[in-house]
Ligand binder design. Sequence first.
Ligand code: TIU
Length: 221
Amino acid sequence: MPIVLEAEPAPLAFDPARTALIIIDMQRDFLEPGGFGESLGNDVSLLAAAVPPARALLAAAREAGLLVVHTREGHEPDLSDAPPAKRERGAPTVRIGEPGPMGRILIRGEPGHDIIPALSPLDGEPVIDKPGKGAFYATGLGDLLRAGAVETLLICGVTTEVCVHTTTREANDRGYRCVVVGDACASYNPAFHAAGLAMITAQGGIFGWVSNASAVIAALA
Ligand code: TIU
C-alpha cells in the first residue's frame, strides 16, 4: 500500500514493499578521526552529524521490512579495478593503495574500508563494494534492485555531493524515484552539502526528492 512522505519539492507517495534504503559509504576511513578523510585535512566531525539520523532511519527501515543495501567505496588489493586516472589523484603518500592510518587506503579488507560500527550491516543485508563514486557502476546493484522489483530508493550517507549525488543521478537515469534523506547525509564542505541537496529538488525535482530522517520514520511507522 502506498504511503505518503513529506518531501521537497512535493510529497511523494511510495510503496514500502518496493522501496530500498541505500546507505552510501559510511566507512571508517571517511568518518572516523584518524582515518583517510581526516588525513586529507577534512573535518570529520561534519560527517558525524549524519550518523544518528542514519542510524534511526536504518532501524525504521529494518522494522518496516525494507530492503536495506549498504555500499562501500574501495578497490581490490592488486588495484586491478582502480583506473590510473583515479590512482594518480592526490599527493603520492595519500593515494589509493598507499598505507594509511587505518590500513591501505580504500582497499577492500582493510580496517578503514569497513562500515562504522554504529551502522554495521546485519547478516543477509547486501553490501555493495563499488570501485566508483556511483553505486551502479561496475556493481550488481541494478540486478539486485530489479530482483526485488524496487521502484523507490531512500538514499543517505557520505558525502552528499560526491557518492550520494553520483548514485542518485545514476538511479534517476535508471528510472528510480530517489529520495535523498538530507540530515542522514553529510559532506566535509557544508556549502557543498547544501548545494547538493538544493540541486536534487531544483527544477521541480530534477533528480528526485529531499526529505529527512524523522519524516521517513513517521511515514514508515
Ligand atoms: N563516498 C564518497 O563520497 N567518496 C569520496 O571520495 N568523497 C569525498 O568527498 N571525497
